[in-house]
Design a protein around this ligand. Structure first.
Ligand code: DP6
Length: 418
């Protein structure tokens, strides 16, 4: 082996949002959940992590950079993922570079990892799910790991539970499993992203000054103190999972919306049932729920489902483009941007929906009339500044390798961030 070579792989992995939530572990170190969960993968064009991994005999230690800043890899979760991937590594040969790595060499070789989120990490949008899924997927490609995506999901799971569902596109189920070693606690794809491509997703990134309890510690406290969590895991979720699978298979939006909203609300009820109680949603989140409930009721059938994770952001899943355009009109009526923000930076992602909604600029937003479901004389109060911005997106595909070297985050000669 020459001593100057660097081998690299770059991957892009989506984030996901649970419609039946994972909340609670039965094993903290292996990250084994107390119930199954189901998620929808979000289009990586709008929300994803890109990760480049490199190996070289010149590297002195494993190192990682997140959004350009070096971070420590000493945490147990990173170490579990690295150990499990290395254990499964096989021989790699790059004839062009004259490099041959034997299976046993992987134990001694160090890796460099650079990761970048195309959305603000601080926005509370499940960056760890996409991040760990991408780390595991990219390392598996670099080290010629032969396992399939489900088997890789069991490794990503040990980085962050929800990460295991980011190994696939479309709708994904994380099967809780029974084995003590976690080998059957894996993600499987229910349907791919084309199966239900009417759906349109609008995320309201809600302004918040409060530092939230992390999912990890929040769910630990719920497991220790909430009786509702026990009831939910044993009695409620197993039935909901079956119904949700049916709803997805049959494109039954009515059932899908009912289950999604009920499960989000129950997850937050478990948080309130935790001692001391955990508040993830705020007044803005509650307002969004009321508006959606009122509108759905007035239409006679649901147009939009809402779901909230461990934070105040609303993920709103509309039955189709038309409903999404009407949703955006309502959201922008209630939550217009503050005067110094233009529409182009207030609504990001798939902006094409703005045209469908007849909203080309701030003048159109100001001219929006109150939604018809509001009673004539009721005050249609507006809340500028409560939402930081909206992201418009759709269900999306699973991880992919990027072959264009220009997209790599590490320098191919030095293996250091570009
Ligand atoms: C509310 O996967 O972030 O988003 O496994 O401790 O890393 P750890 O927790 P994490 O929890 C996600 C919780 C949730 C619901 C969900 O994604 O299913």
């Amino acid at each position: 082996m020459g001593e100057t070579w660097v081998l690299m792989k770059t991957a892009q992995t989506p984030t996901n949002i649970a419609v039946i939530k994972y909340w609670g572990k039965r094993d903290e170190s292996l990250i084994l959940p107390v119930n199954d969960s189901i998620s929808v993968t979000l289009d990586p064009a709008h929300l994803c992590t890109t990760t480049t991994v490199a190996v070289s005999p010149a590297f002195q230690q494993d190192r990682m950079w997140l959004n350009g800043k070096e971070i420590s890899l000493s945490g147990g979760r990173f170490q579990s993922c690295l150990r499990e991937i290395r254990r499964r590594a096989s021989e790699v040969e790059d004839k062009e570079k004259g490099v041959k790595i034997e299976k046993k060499d992987w134990e001694k070789l160090h890796v460099h990892i650079a990761s970048y989120n195309n959305f603000p990490t601080a926005a509370g949008l499940a960056s760890s799910a996409a991040g760990f899924a991408c780390l595991v997927f990219a390392l598996a490609k670099l080290m010629n790991v032969k396992e399939d995506e489900s088997q890789l999901s069991a490794i990503a799971r040990q980085g962050s539970g929800s990460a295991c569902r980011s190994l696939f596109g479309g709708f994904v189920k994380w099967i809780m499993g029974k084995e003590e070693d976690g080998s059957d606690s894996v993600a499987v794809q229910l349907v791919d992203e084309k199966h239900w491509d009417d759906l349109f997703i609008v995320i309201a990134v809600v302004s918040s000054r409060q530092k939230e309890t992390s999912s990890t510690s929040g769910m630990r406290e719920s497991v220790e103190t909430s009786l509702l969590l026990q009831h939910r895991a044993k009695e409620v979720v197993p039935k909901r999972i079956l119904k949700m699978e049916e709803a997805i298979k049959n494109h039954s939006f009515e059932s899908f919306a009912q289950l999604t909203c009920a499960d989000s609300n129950q997850f937050h009820a478990v948080c309130l049932d935790t001692c001391p109680p955990i508040f993830y949603m705020n007044d803005t989140s509650h307002r969004i729920i009321s508006y959606v409930e009122k509108w759905n009721r007035s239409e006679g059938s649901p147009q939009v489902a809402y779901t909230f994770d461990a934070g105040p952001n609303a993920v709103l899943i509309a039955r189709n483009r038309k409903a999404a355009a009407q949703l955006l009109q309502r959201l922008l009526f209630y939550f217009p941007p503050k005067s110094d923000i233009d529409l182009d930076s207030y609504v990001i992602g798939d902006k094409s929906i703005l045209q469908d909604a007849g909203l080309e600029g701030l003048k159109d937003v100001e001219a929006l009339s109150p939604p018809p479901e509001i009673k004539e004389n009721a005050a249609a109060q507006k809340y500028p500044g409560e939402v930081s911005y909206f992201i418009c997106t759709r269900p999306g595909r699973g991880p992919v390798l990027l072959t264009n070297e220009n997209l790599a985050l590490l320098n191919p000669e030095t293996g250091l961030p570009k």
